[in-house]
Design a protein around this ligand. Sequence first.
Ligand code: CUA
Length: 308
Amino acid sequence: MDHATHERIAKWERRWLAASGLMSLTFVILIAYTLATEGGEIVQAAGRTDPATLTTSALFAQPGVRALGPNEYQVSLIGQAFTWVPNTVVVPVGALVRFYFTSRDVIHGYQVERTSINLEVIPGEVATLHYTFDEPGTYRVSCNQYCGSLHHEMVGWVEVVSATEFARRQSAQAAPAAVDGESVFASNCASCHQANGEGIAGAFPPVAGHLPDLVRADRAYPVKLVLNGLQGAITVDGVGYNGQMPAWSHLSDDELAAVLNYAVTAWDDPEALPADFVPYTADEIAAERQTPSSAAEMLALRGELELP
Ligand code: CUA
């Protein structure tokens, strides 16, 4: 091409380069401005974790709130289909809260309404951010990454309370009241198995009408089931299920005994249970905890049960 044409094209090239450079600069300025004025934070990856061994990891074995220093708290949180563990986080107003997140299964999103907290919770990774809640209140947490059929029910809460109220709750926790199996079920199990225990055909197997059969076949099996979870294809009342029940070993022995005792009688006749049935005890859960089973072992164990 001749020299004049070349010059004309080069001129337009410089203009486009300048325009795109200006656009990039504008975005950088907008992000910097938002971070500075809205208190946002770029989420950091704080390390790796293995979803299979979360129950023994230092950060996530006992998820929840822990004091780090004066007015500074650590919150470790696990996302799993379809709940947050713990589902409700209580922190004092004005405190520096360091959040640590991971996922037990698929990618979830932890978004706290009315705050800038919004991050991806990824299996195998630990994400961290810090935040200070300046307003007391109850903040709704929603999962904003599609994670499966009950994604929309994956709701949690952050309760921001005064320092005195926080201290009161902590001392109440130190001397726990009797555990109520129904509320353990409502906050941990009902999102999949439903409050009426009937599950959702094809997606989540029923507890009602089924758990007593499991108890009859092997009293220890339901204990192992809540401690280890179950993954793989099973059939209940002629309906096939192929999902994953997470392990609930982060719940206490008392809570697991209470939830089993609730679930064995909540929807079924007492006659459905073996005649010599006695309620589950915390000691029984504690003993079973000593010998964890893998998902494959749980599936094999279930296959050996004699079910009607
Ligand atoms: Cu978890 Cu969507």
